[in-house]
Design a protein around this ligand. Structure first.
Ligand code: FAQ
Length: 333
């Protein structure tokens, strides 16, 4: 009893001192956010901010890596050498984006192995869009035009994200995504201008299948976005899910006119009062089904990633053995 009484006082005091110090750190952090300053990896940050960033950045990294699969499927069947070289470069870029992003997330104290394990065990998400199949060559053009187009719309504001290592990674990623979007639009434009009637129909069919899933990429409506308000408060998300979706519809509807394709939405119509296109309701039940693991290709995508990881085990082991040997050599010298 006596000892307990002795313990309680200083412990409580230490707790009070710690929480006063933490409150000061938190106030300093909040004022940096209010000023629009960047937060660096070495700076103090609230645990919830750190967790939110690890969740978003690692999911973004997983999306880039899983996103290599639908297009990689067409590398061996590209119609010309030029298109094959472009597609190879694009798929490799996506792999690079995944690596910058894993590195950015690692600065927050979570290891790459932990993130990969979360993906493989189904605890981490990746973008819903990559659970749809690529059925024809036109799908590759449409992925560039619409999927990379949506990615850029979402990612340009992330170059101003309050967490500096993520913002810096996004600058280079956005430049590369811009090339990806243009090559997709160009491939479709060639098919629509110079193609046969069957090729034009193939493009329209691909637009019909990818239009709505592309709109879903921006996430649930603002009213149902779990993290939206807090992430906006912290300067992680600069523009809301719905506002980005509207910007995307406005830009792509005009581009569709140039291409000569029709988005599969009878309610898509310019609204003079709003200064935006109105568009029809999104099938959110489909979105949540896909996010929940029940899209057309969820199982196939995850199995392919797990197989690639397992098949690559010998490369990782060899790299580690080589690194150990180099260290031993240095220590012996
Ligand atoms: N798919 O509260 P919010 C690319 C989840 S990269 C699956 O609004 P948040 C390049 C969300 O995680 C494409 N899940 O969430 C490329 C949350 O669940 P959780 C990826 C989604 O984070 C092109 C729940 O719903 N881009 O395309 C989706 O504030 C071609 C509630 O949502 C990024 O990751 C979805 N679409 O906003 C590669 C960009 N949407 O985590 C290859 C960075 C939402 O609580 C080929 N990320 N969820 O379990 C972001 O900007 C945000 O994370 C959002 C979601 C906007 C995606």
């Amino acid at each position: 009893m006596y000892t307990q009484a002795m313990d309680t006082g200083p412990k409580e005091e230490r707790k009070a001192v710690r929480s006063a110090a933490e409150a000061e750190l938190e106030a300093r952090f909040e004022s940096h956010i209010d000023e629009g300053d960047f937060i660096e990896a070495k700076d103090w940050m609230p645990e919830h901010y750190r967790k939110t960033l690890v969740r978003q950045i690692s999911q973004h990294a997983h999306s880039e890596i899983v996103g290599m699969l639908p297009e990689g499927n067409w590398v061996t069947r590209a119609p010309t050498l030029k298109r094959k070289a472009i597609l190879l470069a694009k798929v490799q870029d996506e792999g690079g984006h995944g690596l910058y992003l894993y590195a950015a997330a690692e600065t927050l104290g979570t290891s790459r192995d932990q993130m990969i394990d979360a993906l493989h065990s189904g605890r981490a998400k990746y973008s819903s869009i990559f659970n749809y199949p690529t059925l024809s060559w036109a799908d590759i053009g449409v992925i560039g035009w619409l999927v990379d187009g949506a990615a850029i719309m979402n990612q340009v504001p992330l170059t101003r994200c309050s967490y500096a290592p993520y913002a810096r990674a996004m600058v280079r990623i956005c430049r590369e995504e811009s090339f990806h979007q243009r090559q997709g639009f160009d491939a479709l434009n060639v098919m629509m201008r110079e193609g046969t009637a069957a090729q034009k129909a193939m493009v329209q069919d691909a637009v019909d299948r990818w239009w709505w899933p592309s709109l879903m990429m921006f996430g649930p409506p603002d009213g149902e976005s779990t993290h939206g308000a807090q992430s906006a408060r912290w300067g992680i998300k600069r523009i809301s899910n719905d506002d980005l979706r509207q910007k995307f519809v406005d830009a792509t509807t005009d581009q569709a006119k140039v291409l000569g394709v029709t988005p599969p939405d009878p309610l898509l119509k310019w609204n003079d009062d709003r200064g935006h296109y109105d568009f029809g309701p999104i099938d959110w039940a489909e979105f949540w089904r896909v996010v929940g693991g029940h899209g057309p290709c969820n199982r196939e995508r995850l199995d392919a990633r797990i197989k690639a990881w397992d098949d690559g085990a010998w490369v990782r082991d060899a790299a580690m053995a080589y690194a150990r040997k180099q260290t031993m050599k240095k220590e012996a010298a």
